[in-house]
Structures are given as C-alpha cells and as structure tokens.
Design a protein around this ligand. Sequence first.
Ligand SMILES: C[S@@+](CC[C@H](N)C(=O)[O-])C[C@H]1O[C@@H](n2cnc3c(N)ncnc32)[C@H](O)[C@@H]1O
Length: 280
Amino acid sequence: MSVSTQDLAQISELVEELCGIVLDSTKGYLVENRFGHMLGEYDCEDYGDLVKRVRSGGDKKLAGALVNAITTNETLFFRDQSPYEALRHKVLPELFDAKEKTPYPQRIRIWSAACSTGQEPYSIAMVLSELLEDDLPNWDIQILATDICEDALAQAREGIYGDLEIRRGLSTGELNRHFIPEDSNWRIKPELQKCVRFERRNLLDPFAAVGRFDVVFCRNVAIYFKQEVREDLYRRLADRMEVGGYFFTSSSESLKDIDPRFDPQLHCRSVFYRPAGLPA
Ligand SMILES: C[S@@+](CC[C@H](N)C(=O)[O-])C[C@H]1O[C@@H](n2cnc3c(N)ncnc32)[C@H](O)[C@@H]1O
C-alpha cells in the first residue's frame, strides 16, 4: 500500500517517539518497504490504523515489530579497525595499569550501546582475550551490550554467524582462535560469550541501574537522531563513565563542540574522548 503525506507524517512522529530515529519527508519508500508487509500480518486496515493501534498502547508486539523493522542493523566485526587498535595498544594497557590502584583491580566494565547483532561487543571481547591470554578467566570482564531491536539481540545472544558475516572483518587467525564451526556456520567460543551480557535497552530512556563504565562504545546509532537528542545521549552516557574512562563514537560523529568534557584524543588513527562521569 502506498504511503500518503499524512501517513508519513504520522509514522515519522511515532517512530521518533519510540526510538529517536528521524524519517524525513523523502522516506516514504522506506516506510513502504519496511512497514508495508506488516499491514497484512497484523491485520491493520491501513497505516493510520497501524499508528492508532501502537499509540493505544495495547499492542506491544506490533510496537516491537515496528521498531525491529525500522532499525538499520548494519555492523561488522572490528568495524573501522582503528578503534580496536586504540583499544589494544593504548586504552586497555592503560586501564590494566590504572586498575591496580583500585578496590577491583581485575574488573573491567565496557558498554557497547547499540550493539546490533553482536559483532561490536564480541570484537571487544576478542581484543581483551588476546591481551589477557590464559589470565582471562581470572579477570572479571563485564561487557554490557544493549540494543532496542529484539531481532538483532536474538542473533547476538546466540553468537552464531554465517560465512558472509564472518568474512566481513575477521582474519582467518581470529576466526580460528575465537570461533567453533557449527553446521555451515561459526559459533563464538563460550569463554568470550561469557564476558558479554545482552539486554534490550532504548537509548532514549533513562539509564537506570547500569552502573559505571571504563569504556563506552556508542557508534553509528546517534547519527539517526535529531541533534538535541544526540547531544543529550552523549552527555548522559558520559555521566555513566568512570573517571578516566574512554568514550568511542564513529569517525563521522564529532563531539568536540558539544561539551568541554569531550576533548578529542587521537591514537592509532582513532579519536576517543575521556569525559569524567558525574561524582559517584
Ligand atoms: C547501524 S547499527 C550500529 C551497530 C554498531 N554499533 C556498529 O557501529 O557497528 C545501529 C543500531 O542502533 C540500534 N538503535 C537504533 N535506535 C536505538 C535506540 N533508541 N536505542 C537503542 N538502540 C537503538 C539499532 O537497532 C541498530 O542495531
């Protein structure tokens, strides 16, 4: 069914409220592609009916399906390489040293905010396991990986990837070190999977009970949000950081004009920030 200007306006407003993603007036084709099939599946008369049912709050399944359909889950292992080089050569060695002087010398907490199908948190876990080697089991590694999209999280939790996904970013050495063949796919090794906890979280919601993090990755998600929503998100994430923590975005997202706390630091061709969190 084709989308009228009025349908598009209503749907855009709803999507922005649900997950922050902005659909401008050129995105009619996207709405038709992503939501068209849902009209039949969920027995909706038209787009107006779909919006009404989600807004009434009675159809949580439909609201979830709408979010699953509109999110773009594009990701890959070791995306852009340079943040992982910085993690390996600068951030984690510095953190290991700094941790020695704290009450929890072997605890590292990392948040992969908007983790999609899991490649980002598992790449982080691979770097940690290569640095810590046999000592990995003695460390309390806590990688919290969150996303709003249940479909993406389901794959992430399973930790199984096909050849195409594996070939996007992993070397043969990394594949053999960190994955086990399963049927015609590859499963992440249990010792790495154990380091990652997946949770559904909407980044627009307050960050209740997440604690504080040594490292935050929030990459390629805020680009879909309005400027003020984006800035608010970065500030709230910075508030959740340990003093001396490390904050990574993607190279297209510069934070330097948002807040004096975001002072860009360059290492291994990667930019990161070290905003101190709010006082504990
Ligand atoms: C393009 S992927 C980026 C994945 C990964 N961070 C990377 O850089 O490869 C964007 C992810 O953001 C998630 N997302 C979109 N809006 C969100 C929101 N309001 N809260 C949490 N996650 C959201 C989507 O479901 C999607 O998985």
